[in-house]
Design a protein around this ligand. Structure first.
Ligand SMILES: Nc1ncnc2c1ncn2[C@@H]1O[C@H](COP(=O)(O)OP(=O)(O)OP(=O)(O)O)[C@@H](O)[C@H]1O
Ligand SMILES: [Mg+2]
Length: 485
C-alpha cells in the first residue's frame, strides 16, 4: 500500500541505518545493462529492450515532474522516459525494483567514436534475488517484444500452390466495430486471453498449443470480419488457405510447415471449397492409386492431419479458424473438440447488435425510434443480416432519422408474407431488395466467390406489389449478375 517512491526512500533509509549500525554490506543487488556489450562494441539488445519497456510504463507519469516524451515512428504511441540519473519504479510478483539511466564519460578506452557510455542500472533487495533473476529480465524482454509487435506491420498470406504470398494486413475490424449478440465478444476474448497465456497449461497437459474455432452462419453476418478482429486482438498474422489451390496432402503439409507461430490459419467456406474424399473413400483410394483416380489428391484425412495430426505441433501458438454457411454439411470428424474447440454462430441482426451498428455508423447511443425498432426486430420474422443494415446506415450516415426509418422498413410485422417462397432458393434469406443485394454483391467480394459457394439470394417482394413485376425485376437482376460475372 506504500507508494513506490516512499517505499524506496524508506528502504534506502533502513539500508543506510543497517550499514551504520552493523557495518554490514549493501542489502541491494545492482545489475548494470550497458548499451555496448563490453569488449566487442556490439549493441546490447537488452539495453534497447529495457528502453522500450520503461518507455511504455505509465507509472512515471504520476510520480515524476520532469519527463522526456518521444515517438520512434509516426504510427507509434507516445512514450515517456525519466531524465538521466532519476530512478523509475516498477514491480514484479509483488517485489519493488527501480531503474536508473546514466550517461558516463568513456575516456579513451573504446575504439568506438562515441565519447560517452550509456547504461541502465536495475536495483532491488538481495532478499528478492530468487524472484527477480532471471524471471523479471525475461519479463522485460518479452514485454518489449510484444510492444514492438504491436507497433509493427502485420501480414496476410495466401497460398499459391506450394508457397505463401505475403501482403500487408491492415483490416480495421475490431471487437468494438463488430455488432455481435450480447456477451459474445466477451466470451471470445476471454477464450483468446486464456489461450495466449496458456503455454504451460497446454504443455503440462501434453497438448499442442493451438485452438480451433468454427464460425458459421448466413452470408453477411460478420464471419470474415470476426477473423480480422481476432487477428487484430491477438496481433497475429493471417494465413488464408485456399484449398482449391492445394494440389495434394503433401503440399498441405508443407504449407503448414511454413506457417509461423502467433498466427491465425483460416479456411473459409470449408463446406464447399473443394470436394474432398472422406476417410473411407480415401482408404479405398490407396487401392485405386494405380488408376490415378484419387492418387495424390487432397483428402479429408490430409486436412484432419493438418489441423490435428503430429505435424500440427511443428509451430506453436496458432489458431485455426474455419468458416461455413452450412455447418451441417461439414464432416463431424472436423468439428470434434480439439479440432474445432468453439463453434460460434453468427446470425441475423438482433437489437443489441443493431444498437452497436447505430453507435458505430451514426454515432448515436439512443434515439426516440429505438423502442419501435426493438419491438419490430423482436416481433418480425424478417431475417436481416448486419451487412444489409450496415449498407443502409452507410447510405444515410448523415441523417439518422432516415437511416432508422429505412431499417424499420426492413422489419415488417408480417415478414413471411413479404419474402418470396422461391422453392429453388436454399439457405440465406436476405430481405434487401434486388438493387441493394446487387450493391452488397459488388461491394463485398467477387461474384465468382459467391457462385463458387452456390449462394442463393432471396429477393423481397414487398417493394413490388405486382408479382409479375417482381419476377421481371428479379430475372433482370439475375441476368445482370450473370452478365457481370
Ligand atoms: N456482425 C457485424 N458487425 C459489423 N459489421 C458487419 C457484421 N456483419 C457484417 N458486417 C458488415 O458486412 C460486411 C460483410 O461482412 P463479412 O464479410 O464479415 O460477412 P461474412 O459472414 O464473412 O459473409 P460470407 O459468408 O459471405 O463470407 C463487412 O464488411 C461488415 O462491414
Ligand atoms: Mg466471409
Amino acid at each position: 500500500l506504500i507508494p513506490p517512491p516512499l517505499r524506496e526512500y524508506i528502504e534506502r533509509g533502513l539500508s543506510m541505518l543497517w550499514e551504520r549500525l552493523f557495518r554490514s554490506e549493501d542489502p541491494y543487488v545492482e545489475i548494470r545493462v550497458d548499451e555496448e556489450v563490453a569488449g566487442n562494441y556490439h549493441v546490447n539488445e537488452l539495453y534497447n529492450q529495457v528502453g522500450v519497456y520503461l518507455g511504455s510504463l505509465r507509472s512515471a507519469l504520476n510520480t515524476h515532474d520532469r519527463l522526456k516524451a518521444y515517438k520512434q515512428a509516426e504510427s507509434d504511441p507516445i512514450s515517456f522516459n525519466v531524465h538521466d540519473d532519476e530512478s523509475i519504479d516498477d514491480s514484479f510478483d509483488g517485489v519493488h525494483v527501480s531503474w536508473t539511466h546514466s550517461v558516463t564519460e568513456k575516456g579513451n578506452a573504446g575504439n568506438n567514436n562515441a565519447s560517452t557510455q550509456k547504461h541502465f542500472t536495475l536495483r532491488f533487495l538481495k532478499t528478492n534475488r530468487q524472484i527477480i533473476l532471471p524471471a523479471y529480465l525475461d519479463h522485460v524482454s518479452k514485454d518489449c517484444a510484444d510492444i514492438e509487435r504491436e507497433n509493427s506491420q502485420r501480414y496476410i498470406y495466401t497460398n499459391n500452390y506450394g508457397s505463401w504470398e505475403e501482403s500487408s494486413f491492415n483490416h480495421p475490424s475490431t471487437f468494438d466495430s463488430l455488432a455481435l449478440d450480447s456477451g459474445m465478444a466477451e466470451r471470445i476474448k476471454a477464450d483468446l486471453d486464456a489461450f495466449s497465456k496458456g503455454k504451460s497449461f497446454y504443455h503440462t497437459n501434453g497438448r499442442a498449443w493451438k485452438r480451433g474455432y468454427l464460425l458459421y452462419g448466413p452470408p453477411g453476418t460478420g464471419k470474415s470480419s470476426l477473423i480480422a478482429a481476432i487477428a487484430n486482438y491477438m496481433l497475429y498474422d493471417i494465413y488464408d488457405l485456399e484449398l482449391t489451390k492445394v494440389s495434394d496432402n503433401a503440399q498441405l503439409k508443407s504449407l503448414l510447415m511454413w506457417t509461423r507461430p502467433k498466427s491465425v490459419i483460416v479456411i473459409e467456406d470449408i463446406d464447399c471449397s473443394v470436394k474432398m474424399p472422406n476417410r473411407d473413400e480415401a482408404d479405398e483410394s490407396s487401392k485405386e492409386a494405380t488408376d490415378g483416380d484419387l492418387f495424390g489428391k487432397l483428402t479429408l484425412s490430409g486436412l484432419l492431419n493438418f489441423v490435428d495430426g503430429l505435424w500440427s505441433c511443428c509451430g506453436e501458438e496458432r489458431i485455426f479458424i474455419f468458416t461455413t454457411n452450412f455447418k451441417e454439411r461439414i464432416d463431424s470428424a472436423l468439428l470434434r473438440p480439439g479440432r474445432m474447440d468453439m463453434h460460434i454462430l453468427l446470425s441475423y441482426c438482433s437489437f443489441p447488435a443493431f444498437k452497436k451498428l447505430a453507435r458505430n455508423y451514426l454515432g448515436i447511443q439512443d434515439h426516440p425510434m429505438f423502442l419501435e425498432l426493438e419491438k419490430a426486430m423482436t416481433q418480425s420474422s424478417a431475417q436481416v443480416t448486419p451487412a444489409a443494415i450496415a449498407e443502409i446506415l452507410i447510405i444515410h450516415q448523415h441523417n439518422p432519422d432516415s437511416a432508422l426509418s429505412e431499417v424499420l422498413a426492413a422489419f415488417p410485422r408480417h415478414a413471411d408474407a413479404t419474402i418470396d417462397d422461391a422453392s429453388t432458393c436454399k439457405g440465406h434469406v436476405d430481405t434487401t431488395t434486388g438493387d441493394e443485394c446487387a450493391s452488397e454483391f459488388s461491394n463485398r467480394k467477387s461474384k465468382r466467390h459467391y457462385f463458387r459457394r452456390g449462394m442463393s439470394v432471396f429477393l423481397r417482394k414487398s417493394r413490388h406489389p405486382d408479382r409479375s413485376a417482381t419476377s421481371r425485376s428479379h430475372s433482370n437482376y439475375l441476368e445482370d449478375v450473370c452478365k457481370e460475372t
